[in-house]
Ligand binder design. Structure first.
Ligand code: 9QG
Length: 156
């Protein structure tokens, strides 16, 4: 079974991160979202979404969904509009997510696209399909992943 949050134990107390997480002011070019986490040894999949609000009924639109499917060796990117998945982007240059290892995922917001880095390497681009950026105000992470930290940096 996967895990999502570390159990705070003794001296090794961790800050619990609740999802979905609000992004103050929504997205803007220059904003960077950095997620550090670890995958269980028996991970199958987890996903990261930048979305418009937190509604579940109906489901919030998702500007960029990154579905990491470790057992399939695939990372699918897509957008959800009116509860419908759009066209998937699946090309990958390398498979950066390994079961039982830590990772750093960075989503950089640019004017025309998202740039996604994994472990310091450029992984993929994803052109904006939902605009304006400022309405994209929520980060959600779900599935078989333990998130150790989330950092959202604002341009100066
Ligand atoms: O499978 O693909 C991305 O195109 C769907 C998945 C769906 C997405 C989608 O079932 O799963 O990855 O949030 C979801 O619904 C995720 C977990 C054609």
């Amino acid at each position: 079974v996967g895990f999502r949050q570390p159990e705070p134990t003794g001296s090794d107390k961790k800050i619990e991160i609740d999802f979905p997480q609000h992004i103050d002011g929504g997205l803007v070019p220059g904003k960077m979202i950095t997620i550090c986490g670890a995958l269980p040894v028996n991970v199958q999949r987890f996903s990261v979404n930048l979305q418009v609000g937190t509604s579940t009924e109906p489901r919030a639109d998702i500007a960029i969904h990154i579905s990491v499917r470790v057992t399939e060796g695939t990372i699918v990117r897509n957008t959800l509009v009116n509860e419908e998945w759009q066209k998937e982007e699946r090309e990958i240059k390398f498979q950066p997510f390994l079961a039982g290892t830590e990772f750093e995922l960075v989503i950089k917001v640019e004017k025309d696209m998202y740039k996604v880095d994994v472990n310091g390497l450029q992984f993929c681009d994803y052109k904006h399909r939902i605009l304006p950026l400022k309405k994209i105000d929520t980060l959600d992470v779900s599935g078989e992943v333990r998130v150790n930290s989330v950092d959202i940096s604002v341009p100066v």
